[in-house]
Write a protein that binds this ligand. Structure first.
Ligand code: ATP
Length: 367
């Protein structure tokens, strides 16, 4: 099921009557989610991702704009009539019911020709439970399950009505690190198996990058960039997106372009053909550094952390806008841990320039 958002906007009135300032939680969001894709809505707290999800679900009514499921305008439809499955951060299972009863619950209110017999409901509940691999636990109560198992029950409950669209709001936040990894892979598998168009809200960029077909990066209610995770990482549209994606985060420097060359401090680092002379902000991905005794970027060496295949070099540079410069290099390069300085040359395609005022990307041709 294709989901189309047209100029979707949500304005909350001010809570404070004196200041009168309303909050534009979502501002003119237009995007078509292709059928069967998993879309990650990503951004820092307060960027409007949950509000977007709630508008798609029907739990919140937009101030402006429209929502289509396929060709059907669902903007005015109630959540029950949209054919959605919803999963929240807190699994919200009924504690006095068994797993089976919890999963069957949404089927009990079906009316008219959708109404099911008890046997049909049990069969459906087992199908959904099998999908999330909890069919062995059907007679337990939620309190007898781990957090990850409880979240699977919540997912099975969302799937049991065979929704047209699956909506997940930070579904992994309450799980510990290992379960988060495992459950996110599960969600990906279930999504692939069922082919249900899915929207997944998270503030965790790594989670969104790993699970999504498409990511949507939001800031203060405004969509910043939409694309495949790797494409957005490799080609960010502004400094906000470049900084938001990637662990370790992108390194940021003050820089200047003079005569088609990029300077960080006194040194010309790379050629940036076609860029006029100007002050810039320079972003360098951690994997963009090559240790090179003759390299133009020299940093004071703080620490070398061996991570097996890779080495993390932590250093300092007076032009850096981050407290440290963090580079990830292949362990084959031997770095003298006791040296006072380390020099690098940079991979031009891992270097991004941004306007010092607007923070928008300035593109140059990588030779
Ligand atoms: P989080 O990750 O913290 O949940 P979010 O990106 O999901 O953040 P939203 O919950 O969508 O953000 O909120 C977007 C903005 O709208 C915030 O500034 C928030 O304070 C505001 N907001 C959300 N719900 C309401 C409401 N019911 N009334 C007033 N303002 C609201």
């Amino acid at each position: 099921m294709k989901v189309e958002l047209q100029n979707l906007t949500k304005i909350f009135p001010s809570r404070n009557k004196k200041s009168g300032e309303e909050v534009i939680a979502v501002n003119n969001f237009t995007f078509t989610i292709p059928d069967g894709q998993l879309v990650g809505l990503l951004g820092p707290s307060g960027c409007g991702k949950s509000t977007t999800l709630y508008m798609i679900s029907g739990l919140q009514q937009p101030t402006g704009g429209k929502i289509f499921f396929g060709d059907e305008d669902v903007t005015e439809l109630s959540p029950e009539n949209r054919g959605i499955g919803l999963v929240f951060q807190n699994y919200a299972l009924y504690p006095h019911m068994t797993v089976k009863q919890n999963i069957m619950f949404p089927l009990q209110n079906l009316k008219g020709e959708d109404k099911m017999t008890k046997d049909q409901m049990i069969e459906r509940a087992y199908e959904a439970a099998k999908l999330v691999q909890i069919d062995e636990l059907m007679d337990r109560k939620p309190s007898e399950l781990s957090g990850g198992q409880q979240q699977r029950v919540a997912i099975a409950r969302a799937l049991v009505k065979m929704p047209r669209v699956l909506l997940l709001d930070e579904p992994l936040s309450n799980l510990d690190a290992r379960l988060r990894l495992q459950t996110r892979e599960e969600i990906r598998r279930i999504q692939r198996e069922t082919g249900i168009t899915t929207v997944f809200v998270t503030h965790d960029q790594e989670e969104a990058m790993s699970i999504s077909d498409i990511i949507v990066v939001m800031k203060l209610g405004v969509v910043q960039q939409i694309g495949k995770p790797q494409e957005v990482y490799d080609d960010p549209t502004n400094l906000f997106v470049a900084k938001f994606l990637g662990t370790p985060p992108i390194n940021v420097f003050d820089g200047e372009v003079k005569g088609g060359k990029l300077y960080i401090g006194e040194s010309a680092i790379i050629d940036v053909p076609g860029v006029d002379d100007r002050k810039v902000i320079v972003g360098v991905r951690p994997e963009g550094f090559i240790p090179d005794a003759n390299g133009a970027l020299t940093c004071k060496l703080n620490n070398v952390e061996v991570m097996g295949r890779d080495v993390s070099v932590v250093s300092a540079n007076s032009a850096s806008l981050n407290p440290v410069v963090r580079s990830i290099i292949d362990a084959d390069y031997k770095i003298n841990k006791n040296a006072e300085y380390v020099s690098f040359s940079l991979k031009a395609h891992k270097v991004f320039l941004f306007d010092a005022e607007t923070e928008e990307r300035i593109r140059f041709e990588v030779k």
